[in-house]
Design a protein around this ligand. Structure first.
Ligand code: NAD
Length: 479
């Protein structure tokens, strides 16, 4: 391993070098599976941030990426993908320990990260403008230009793959990037710098800084030296960032939370529903922005669906992420307290816990896999993002009612439809207020535009839409 780790201290990747940051500040990183100390992370302060901003600007103005031949930029990105796979075993173990997720899910993150670089590496030389037909005397045309310095703030639930989801298209488009890692699990993301370094990313084109959100994160997004903000995280933080971005009008891409509903009709295949549910609400202990956290089931199959969901929850193995269990811990004591409180409030107001309902008494931060039945669609537990392994199940009688309940939250990130009737699937998919709709357990990949409507966000990442978020369109009108 490179100088990424020195005496157990993960450092900041600043303009091609590994540095400790300002004044020796550091944070301790804890294993949510057993409370043990995983390591320490050096924190960047204002001085380090100023150096990263200066290096990013200089790199952009030198044209390190933006003036590099697009096909070569694509090749660089393919090398990064290969180097990410090269660090995946070591990185996945670190990620598993610091985030609590299963080792296989941690591996998936590195693999997904590599795939983002492959996908956008392939797109680097295919960003084509258009010519506008105004008659034989004119030659108006469009070109795409990178913003300059892209500031990217990453959450703790998928730190490596989410960082890659924004970093890869930003680089393919020719921007410089400064990433702010999440404070709860910053180490595997810091290690991504090793792959960048080995692949030969020009110094200054990318920095990865560790810091506290309200401090380093806030300083980064309010800086007038930043040309674009990409934020993935909670709605309140996104709103604070949008306020900071308002002056000096920095464009901001927002990937925020969700309260995604699955609608299972009377002809739904319950086996498919259960397997979607297992990945939809128990993968990563439900700490997934697009988690299937509400399941609306037609009344004729509701009782059976609740029973099977409870049996599924009760049958999950529970353990440390390294054991690859069915259920892993949530990220922190604070997160566990919040999940448990919201669940208890729901139970007090009439929801029935068909399984779970409280924390598990064992070391680490484990919430019992919980199925809450007969929940009022207006209850807090059915309206707010829980971000834990807690599923809300609501019966419905008609298609119209199901659509109305599904759409009745401030969010609109993802939705799910389970039915054997393809015409109904298409109709309901169109009626759901959501950036993404999955029918009968389908899945998304790097080529699928990911993002939400309403309070779930602004903009899309992934696919061709995803690279356009990192480019300005310029029209050139010429005689
Ligand atoms: P969070 O908003 O608490 O923090 C996200 C990041 O913002 C962290 O790096 C944090 O340090 C930083 N931050 C905090 N305050 C800041 C400030 N004032 N200025 C700048 N940065 C600041 O969110 P979280 O708890 O880390 O992540 C969970 C949330 O993220 C959930 O709501 C989840 O749905 C959402 N999420 C969305 C997507 C998506 O693609 N739509 C993906 C993953 C997670």
């Amino acid at each position: 391993m490179s100088a990424f780790l020195k005496d157990g201290l993960a450092r900041n990747y600043l303009a091609g070098a590994w540095v400790e940051g300002d004044g020796g500040a550091r944070i301790a990183v804890e294993d949510p599976g057993n409370g043990q100390h995983v390591g320490d992370c050096a924190l960047a302060g204002e001085e380090t941030l100023a150096k990263a901003l200066e290096a990013a600007r200089a790199s952009f103005e030198r044209g390190d990426l933006s003036a590099m031949k697009p096909a070569r930029r694509g090749q660089l990105m393919q090398r990064i993908a290969a180097e990410i796979r090269g660090i995946a075993d070591e990185g996945a173990e670190l990620l598993c320990r610091e985030s609590g997720k299963s080792l296989s899910a941690a591996h998936d993150e590195f693999e997904e990260a590599a795939q983002y670089f492959e996908y956008y590496g392939g797109m680097a030389d295919k960003i084509e403008g258009k010519s506008i037909p105004l008659g034989p005397d004119y030659a108006d045309y469009t070109v795409y230009e990178p913003y300059g310095v892209s500031a990217q703030i990453v959450p703790w639930n998928f730190p490596v793959s989410i960082a890659a989801r924004s970093l890869a298209p930003a680089m393919a488009a020719g921007n410089s990037v400064i990433i702010k890692s999440p404070e709860l699990d910053p180490m595997a993301l810091a290690m991504l710098g090793v792959a960048l370094e080995r692949a030969g990313v020009p110094a200054g084109a990318v920095s990865i800084l560790n810091g506290i959100g309200a401090e380093l994160g806030a300083r980064l997004v309010e800086s007038p030296a930043v040309d674009q903000i990409v934020f993935t995280g909670s709605v309140p933080t996104g709103q604070a960032i949008l306020r900071a971005a308002a002056n000096p009008v920095t464009p901001a891409l927002m990937e925020l939370g969700g309260k995604s509903a699955a609608v299972a009709f009377e002809d739904a295949n319950l086996d498919t529903l259960m397997s979607s549910l297992q990945s939809g609400i128990f993968y990563n202990a439900g700490q997934v922005c697009s988690a299937m956290s509400r399941v609306l089931v037609h009344r004729s199959i509701y009782g059976e669906a609740v029973e099977r969901a409870a049996a599924l929850a009760n049958g999950l193995s529970v353990g440390h992420g390294l054991e690859n269990p069915g259920l892993t811990p949530v990220i922190s004591a604070r997160q566990l307290d919040g999940i448990e409180t919201l669940t208890a409030t729901a139970r007090q107001s009439g929801a029935r816990a068909a399984s779970g309902g409280a924390r598990l008494e064992r070391e680490g931060y484990f919430m019992a896999p919980t199925i809450l039945a007969d929940v009022d669609p207006a209850a807090r537990v059915a309206q707010e993002e829980i971000f834990g392994p807690v599923l809300v199940m609501i019966p419905f009688d008609s298609e119209e009612e199901a659509i109305a309940i599904a759409n009745d939250t401030p969010y609109g990130l993802s939705a799910y439809v389970q039915t054997g009737d393809s015409a109904r699937a298409a109709r309901v998919a169109r009626a759901l207020q959501s950036g993404m709709v999955n029918v009968n357990g389908a899945f998304l990949a790097a080529g699928s535009p990911f993002g939400g409507v309403k309070m779930s966000g602004i903009g899309r990442e992934g696919g061709r839409e995803g690279i356009l978020e990192f480019l300005e369109t310029k029209v050139i009108a010429a005689p």
